[in-house]
Design a binder for this molecule. Structure first.
Ligand code: KG4
Ligand code: ZN
Length: 337
């Protein structure tokens, strides 16, 4: 066997994710998405999310163990997202994991969801090692992190208002593209011209920070005026231009950090890193500068249980003990704190 057998549970937002890892090898990874439940509200409803996690978690854990061919007694540890996230949603996964760890007599590892995103590339690339600059962009967070070592993180900057995924989601909703917005804009933008409309790129004078609320206002103002004037461009051009405005900033700030730190490794995690155009732009920029780029496959960028188990796997292999079973969820947890 190549490392401990770990069950990973993720319930911080709108996906119940469960996985079994053997070391850094994914033996199984399953998801119960709540997208359809929340779509009619145009965003995640916390109470609905928590209830859906309650319904999904038991069968999903059973499914993950069965697919991995692992009996619960064989597990070496249980890993679970402790925060940040929606309190009710987190509590479902955390209570379940705590009870399971207690009944099996196995250690419990409470994991920072963002550290999970930060670790996810390790599941795809054995060579992904710090020092690195990692761009994390999801529905709730957007950060540029200097990973000096595993567990040693300096957050260089981040969004001062909306997260990148939130910007995608809000703008897609405004355009009637549905929820979640990121994948919808990604798809719609394929046939569009990213230079059709020049939307603002904010905070040019701050090397590692983003702001997306101005973009939102600018898109809304532009579309309302164009509609009135009868000059609406094809929707694909609007999508492509919005996407480019968000991506430009993420790419620029990531490589500002690469330049400043002198690292030769760039990582990426969080749902927005599933974006096809962002992946292409990062790859081009990394190639041009001769640095290594480590962005995992899209299914490991969006929320999943494997990324949570991967952090615990690393800790366990280094002999770090689990957490006391008296712990609780930490909805406001911040990376590096
Ligand atoms: O990491 P994640 O799955 O959940 C959070 O931790 O928030 O990220 C979800 C976010 C959503 O805002 C979603 O619209 C965005 O990631 N997203 C994308 C794409 N796929 C998911 N954004 C842009 N392009 C995509 N292909
Ligand atoms: Zn996430």
């Amino acid at each position: 066997m190549s490392g401990p057998l770990i069950l990973g549970i993720e319930t911080s937002c709108d996906e119940t994710g469960v996985a079994v890892l053997e070391g850094m090898k994914v033996r199984s990874s399953v998801l119960a998405s709540q997208v359809d439940l929340h779509a009619r509200f145009g965003g995640v409803v916390p109470e609905v999310a928590a209830r859906a996690h309650v319904e999904a978690i038991r069968p999903l854990v059973h499914q993950a163990l069965t697919m991995a061919g692992v009996h619960p007694d064989e597990l070496d540890a249980v890993a679970v997202t402790q925060g940040p996230g929606l309190v009710g949603a987190l509590m479902v996964g955390y209570s379940f994991a705590k009870a399971l760890a207690y009944s099996l007599g196995k250690p419990l590892y409470g994991i920072d969801h963002m550290e999970g995103h930060l670790f996810a590339p390790r599941l795809s690339f054995a060579r992904y090692e710090p020092p690195a600059v990692v761009v994390l962009a999801s529905g709730g967070h957007s950060q540029i992190v200097h990973v000096k070592g595993w567990g040693d993180y300096e957050v260089l900057g981040g969004t001062i208002d909306d997260a990148a995924g939130e910007a995608f989601d809000k703008l897609a909703r405004f355009m009637g593209l549905g929820y979640p917005g990121g994948p919808a804009i990604d798809k719609d933008a394929v046939d569009g011209d990213p230079e059709a409309i020049s939307f603002p790129r904010a905070l040019r004078d701050r090397p590692y920070d983003f702001s997306f609320s101005g973009l939102k206002t600018s898109v809304v103002t532009y579309l309302e005026k164009a509609k009135k004037d009868g000059t609406l461009p094809p929707r694909a051009d609007v999508s492509a231009s919005i996407q480019e405005a968000i991506i430009d900033v993420l790419v620029a700030k990531t490589f500002n950090a690469v330049e400043a730190t002198g690292v030769e490794v760039v990582g990426g995690g969080g749902g927005v890193l599933a974006n096809s155009r962002l992946r292409k732009r990062l790859a081009e920029e990394a190639d041009a500068r001769g640095v290594g780029l480590f962005v995992p496959e899209p299914a490991l960028c969006t929320d999943n249980g494997a990324m949570i188990a991967s952090v615990a796997s690393y800790r366990m292999e280094r002999g770090q003990p689990g957490d006391p079973l008296t712990g609780d969820v930490l909805p406001g947890l911040r990376l590096g704190s």
